[in-house]
Design a protein around this ligand. Structure first.
Ligand code: APR
Length: 284
């Protein structure tokens, strides 16, 4: 939007949210940087600073398939690239989305983040598209459990890695690695949400990783019929995009550049999202 200042865009987003019947949010690492967790591709992102680390990350899933024991030995001996996730706390951006859910406006969050901060902030309906760092998942039956439910250190000491599920399948981290299929439940539920939403609030993602980045494009395809009156008094039925797509991000992304998003509110999610909640409250 040319010329519209930050305050006007925040006001516009609040009006769009209030009018929406089924608003959802999508989030990426950008919403967690104000909690002290580095993102991946921003100016001080993990991949920005260490391309080798990204290349190694691409090997994780192959390693698991080739030799799950080695995968687990490596996993248990290397600290997470994201830092001490147990200690991290939600920031005002997470709390703002949780508040929009409590107000009955936001129906769901589809997050790429594995840090669990949306739930810690009180959001209930969260689809963890890339899994959760604190969970385990069976590679055969898909059942999930908490990392604390299993004494992985003991299994390692007793040479009993990899952990096995009751179904006999090999258990891995719930985190979805590059080239690993998105778990069926997350894939199905997020596609349904992207298709049926009439507002998508996309917070803190560079929108370059697929298949997640397909979700806004899917939402954009959701057309609805709109009646318009011509000068001659005729009524025309036109097909128009049925979903308003709003980006809140520190920088433009392919979504803004390709016109998938209707407008970008440029800046920090930790400041903009609480501003939107404040404006929504003013409208009631
Ligand atoms: N407020 C708004 N935007 C921010 C903030 C902030 N406080 N901090 C960073 N950003 C922006 C960055 O400028 C960048 O555009 O958030 C975006 C984060 O993009 P990425 O680092 O690429 O993170 P994400 O999009 O979540 O990455 C997707 O890639 O590495 C894989 O699986 C990993 O889930 C991750 C996926």
């Amino acid at each position: 939007m040319m010329g519209l200042g930050l305050k006007d865009l925040i006001k516009r987003a609040a009006e769009d949210l209030k009018r929406a019947k089924h608003a959802i949010a999508l989030s990426g690492a950008g919403i967690s940087t104000e909690s002290g967790i580095p993102d991946f591709r921003g100016p001080s992102g993990i991949w920005t600073k260490d391309l080798e680390a990204e290349k190694r990350a691409y090997q994780s899933y192959e390693r698991f398939l080739e030799d799950p024991k080695v995968y687990w030995e490596e996993r248990l001996s290397t600290p997470s690239l994201l830092g001490e996730l147990e200690e991290t706390r939600p920031n005002p951006g997470h709390y703002a989305l949780a508040e929009l859910e409590k107000m009955g406006i936001l129906k769901c969050i589809v997050t790429q983040n594995i840090d669990g901060l949306h739930e810690k902030a009180g959001s209930r309906n969260v689809i963890e598209y890339h899994g959760n760092y604190f969970k385990l998942r069976c590679s055969k039956c898909g059942s999930r459990s908490g990392v604390k439910d299993m004494d992985l250190g003991k299994l390692k000491r007793e040479e009993k890695l990899p952990p096995l599920c009751k179904c006999g399948g090999v258990i891995k981290s719930d985190v979805v690695h590059f080239r690993e299929p998105i778990p069926l439940d997350a894939a199905k539920n997020s596609q349904e949400e992207a298709w049926k939403c009439d507002l998508m609030l996309i917070c803190g993602t560079s929108a370059v990783v697929y298949p997640f980045a397909q979700l806004p494009r899917l939402a954009k395809k959701h057309m609805i019929e709109k009646e318009t009156k011509t000068e001659s008094g005729l009524y025309l039925i036109k097909q128009v995009p049925g979903t308003t797509i709003i980006e809140v991000n520190a920088e433009p992304t392919p979504l803004s550049e390709e016109g998938i998003s209707d407008y970008l509110i440029k800046g920090k999610t930790g400041e903009i999202l609480p501003g939107i909640v404040q404006e929504v409250k003013r409208l009631y």
